[in-house]
Ligand binder design. Structure first.
Ligand code: AP5
Length: 211
């Protein structure tokens, strides 16, 4: 299974990806997580990506496609959940080309939909584990012990781009540059749409039904 998760920031792509990894014994490939790791490690990629991320803009397509190309070679033959990639039509075209070279195919693109104002509320209370990437929400899905990851005990962090003005810019960028991907995948009969508003378990059930 090679499944793309589409949808605006904060809709719950990372949260649902955690369930899908178990279901399909898949690897989650999140360009956001890869970029944040590069920023933390201070690599050349991280230094060049940080400004874009802090402003809520997209990192250039060429950089992202280079990153994914490397990872896909390592993951050839495994089930993959793409989380936060592709994010532009050129990225989707680049992924198709890469898949063809590897003799693989994207199976489905599953889009989670939601109202912008719910996103703004959710992201302000998100906390994430910098070690394993698990996502929590101090209002809706808190960890068992305040401030630390249930899985590995690491101190949870608030992302730099989860400030309201940056969230609103990420939403603008999403509507301008990423939303056209619904049509891209619909045109090839691969788009599934699921309402992302509701409790995490309800959305999990909707995703399972759609798949
Ligand atoms: P990225 O890390 O991909 O961020 P994003 O797409 O903006 O998505 P998020 O991680 O914010 O949200 P999510 O949908 O995964 O929601 P989550 O499950 O965490 O990208 C960050 C930046 O990196 C970009 O702005 C860009 O600069 C750069 N970048 C990344 N990929 C790129 C690419 N391909 N091209 C160019 N640039 C790229 O849930 C959010 C919160 O809500 C959590 O607290 C969660 O616990 C909670 N929650 C989830 N579901 C529910 C629910 N049903 N009810 C209540 N709360 C819920």
């Amino acid at each position: 299974m090679r499944l793309i998760l589409l949808g605006p920031p904060g809709v719950g792509k990372g949260t649902q990806a955690q369930f899908l990894i178990d279901r399909f014994e898949a690897i989650q490939l999140s360009t956001g997580d890869l970029l944040r790791a590069a920023v933390r490690e201070g690599t050349e990629l991280g230094v060049s990506a940080k400004g874009y991320m802090d402003r809520g803009e997209l990192v250039p397509d060429g950089v992202i496609l280079g990153l994914i190309g490397e990872k896909m070679k390592e993951l050839s033959g495994k089930a993959v959940i793409f989380d936060g990639f592709p994010r532009t039509v050129p990225q989707a075209e680049g992924l198709d080309k890469l898949m063809e070279e590897l003799n693989l195919e994207v199976d489905k693109a599953l889009e989670l939909t939601i109202d912008d104002e719910i996103v703004v509320k959710r992201l302000g209370s998100r906390r994430s584990c910098p070690e394993c990437g698990r996502v929590y929400n101090i209002m809706f899905a808190p960890p068992k012990d305040e401030g630390v990851c249930d899985d590995d005990g690491t101190k949870l962090i608030l992302r730099d781009d989860d400030k309201e003005e940056v969230i609103r810019n990420r939403l603008r960028v999403y509507h301008d540059q990423t939303a056209p991907l619904s049509e891209y995948y619909s045109n090839v009969g691969k788009l599934l749409q699921v309402n992302g508003d509701g409790k995490v378990e309800e959305i999990k059930a909707r995703v399972e039904e759609a798949l």
